[in-house]
Design a protein around this ligand. Structure first.
Ligand code: PHE
Length: 341
């Protein structure tokens, strides 16, 4: 019996020290110490021993049980330490490694130009206002002195929402003049940038959606010379000091007198080149003195107050500034194009 226990001791301790995982250890525990285990089997034979032999054998058996138990515990501790070690090694994080750079992009070139213009006007005391793209025909046309029957109200030019032509996508930012005059305290100094819509086919210079910036000043004693001085200043800030402008007579129903402002081509200095299409001048905006009828329609007395307004196309400005030759590039948002700015 002693021999049996000695053999069990050797075999079990060897198996336990060599076990490579926790599951196997548990299997070994059952195999040696379980109810149907090898030690129990040996103990069952105790009955055959004499009374003198029994206590010594019992002691040996108890010793063996506790040695096996200790060996299992010791091996468990070793295995879990090794497991932790491996986990730490596998999950090690090298904080000195440079991170992965995610491309975050940047502002669209046209919005850079818009920001520049906003800064210029804010610096002169103007407020930036925002208004609806879905507009009443009243605000887009009628209150701007553009009566029923005017060609710009045609269904072929304008996106209408209703059969009676009363709701539309604004064709210009000028309705913001009306909103401002109806809702704001005098004097008024605002610019209103935003999208406008016209039924145009897409080509290198046309798009059914484009951006305008409206500007307006209403105060006592405002004259055409204020308009010219302010716009000249703005042009010099955008295109550089000494940029020459020219104000040509024009017609808009909501301004009187009306004009268009050109700048002398900054590329050729007025001699004529591809940038100015040989003209020497580049058209920049439409402007004029706010029509007395429009002022009166908004409840402002044209005998006391006067004002000027302008509207300019943002895409055209950005194209000039960044030498972009095709309008479609501005809207396609191809990153290969946008990346260049
Ligand atoms: N709204 C006019 C256009 O789209 C531009 C303009 C604005 C003219 C303000 C005069 C005053 O062409």
């Amino acid at each position: 019996m002693k021999e049996l226990m000695q053999r069990l001791r050797e075999a079990s301790l060897k198996a336990i020290t060599e076990a490579q995982d926790m599951d196997l250890l548990e299997t070994l525990r059952v195999k040696y110490l379980g109810k149907k285990g090898e030690l129990t089997a040996i103990l069952r034979q105790m009955g055959q021993l004499s009374a003198q032999e029994r206590p010594a054998m019992g002691q040996l058996a108890n010793q063996l049980r506790s040695d096996i138990e200790n060996a299992i515990e010791a091996r468990k501790t070793e295995l879990s330490a090794a497991l932790l070690e491996k986990k730490l090694r596998d999950e090690a994080l090298d904080v000195s490694l440079p991170g992965e750079k995610k491309p975050i992009g940047h502002k669209h070139p046209m919005y850079n130009v818009l920001d520049q213009i906003k800064d210029i006007f804010v610096g002169m005391g103007f407020e930036i206002v925002d208004g609806p793209e879905v507009e009443l025909a009243d605000y887009n046309f009628t209150k701007l002195n553009i009566d029923e029957g005017h060609p710009s109200r045609e269904w072929t030019d304008t996106f209408y929402f209703t059969e009676d032509s009363s709701i539309l996508l604004r064709t210009q930012t000028s309705p913001m003049q009306i909103h401002a005059m109806e809702t704001r305290e005098l004097p008024i100094r605002i610019i209103a940038p935003g999208r406008v819509y016209r039924k145009d086919e897409v080509d290198a210079t046309h798009s059914p959606m484009f951006h305008q910036i409206e500007g307006m000043v209403i105060d006592k004693g405002v004259t055409m010379s204020d308009l010219k001085a302010t716009l000249n200043l703005v042009v010099e800030k955008i295109y550089g000091k000494g940029t020459v402008t020219r104000f040509r007579p024009h017609h808009f129903p909501f301004t009187e007198p009306s004009c268009e402002m050109d700048i002398q081509c900054h590329k050729c200095g007025g001699k004529g080149c591809p940038t100015c299409k040989g003209e020497g001048w580049i058209e920049v905006l439409g402007a004029g003195m706010v029509h007395p009828k429009v002022l009166a329609g908004c409840g402002i007395d044209p005998d006391v107050y006067s004002g000027w307004a302008f509207g300019m196309g943002l895409e055209r400005l950005a194209m000039g500034e960044y030498k972009i030759t095709d309008l479609r590039l501005i809207f396609e948002n191809d990153v290969r194009f946008l990346e260049q700015f």
